[in-house]
Design a protein around this ligand. Structure first.
Ligand SMILES: [Zn+2]
Length: 282
């Protein structure tokens, strides 16, 4: 038979702790607590429990802060809609700027980044040839901002970033009509796109050009753009597009467009050729 281990008896000490009180008839009354001896030390059991509880609460709140910070950090990677996976590796460092225009445009984006880091609000429009690197620079900007304030003390100060390619968004919306996929509802998208701190709207107008464009889905996207630009007037939005300006005016509400162009920060690619194909072996 095994010996049953009995809990060790408590050793009381003659001292009392006089820190604990209760209220009776509006009066604060001290309730003495008999101290005990633990491991050769004299401690008040109630103080001991309170200190442990406080330590645990501190630990839990730090844990909750870390989780919240991580959640905000992950918005870019979890919620973004990208046209192809290669863009996920885009950084300022791997944007090859050779031509004068590319060098200037990259420089302009780095200046925007510095201004955003200082807490400034600004919108910018990147316009030009398909494949000139507009999306690359925008994604690079988001990654940079997302990594920048990783160690902020207050999790609410951690900025959230989101990249939304409008053609992909359009496809998601169309398939949600067919499959009853409830994630991509209008309310969900408006809230998601409105609430992030830094938003990129990639390839505005491209979603309306597809041959199989569905009028309902196209109207849906336009309503989202309208609501989002309205809700983001104190937040920073970067928009890329290939279309000529007047084509956009035909498609989108003038108010929504003017909100996106507020500040008139234009990054224009006229000369840069399609960078996506320059490394191909022919
Ligand atoms: Zn005590």
């Amino acid at each position: 038979m095994e010996k049953i281990q009995m809990p060790k008896g408590l050793t009381y000490h003659s001292d009392e702790c006089l820190k604990h009180t209760y209220i009776k008839g509006g009066q604060e009354i001290v309730k003495p607590v008999q101290k005990i001896v633990v491991g050769g030390k004299v401690v008040c059991p109630r103080c001991h429990v309170e200190a442990q509880t406080k330590e645990l609460q501190q630990f839990e709140s730090e844990r909750a802060e870390r989780i919240e910070k991580l959640r905000r950090y992950n918005v870019l990677y979890r919620e973004s809609l990208v046209p192809d996976k290669t863009i996920l590796t885009a950084t300022f460092e791997n944007y090859t700027a050779v031509e004068r225009e590319e060098i200037e445009n990259k420089q302009m984006m780095l200046e925007f980044r510095d201004r955003l880091r200082k807490g400034e609000q600004l919108n910018a429009i990147l316009q030009g040839n398909p494949g000139a690197g507009k999306s690359h620079l925008c994604y690079a900007l988001l990654q940079d901002l997302n990594n920048y304030d990783c160690d902020v003390e207050n999790p609410a100060d951690k900025k959230t970033c989101l990249f939304i390619n409008l053609e992909v968004l359009m496809r998601k919306i169309k398939s949600s009509f067919k499959n009853n996929d409830t994630q991509y509802t209008e309310d969900y998208l408006v809230e998601l796109l409105t609430n992030v701190d830094y938003l990129v709207l990639d390839d505005l107008g491209a979603e309306t050009g597809a041959i199989d464009t569905d009028k309902a889905a196209s109207n849906f996207v336009q309503r989202i753009i309208y609501a989002v630009t309205n809700g983001r007037q104190d937040k920073s939005t970067f928009t890329t597009f290939n279309l000529a300006g007047d084509k956009l005016k035909e498609t989108y509400d003038a108010k929504a467009l003017s909100r996106l162009m507020k500040g008139r920060n234009f990054v224009v690619f006229n000369e840069t050729s399609d960078k996506r194909f320059e490394d191909l072996p022919f």
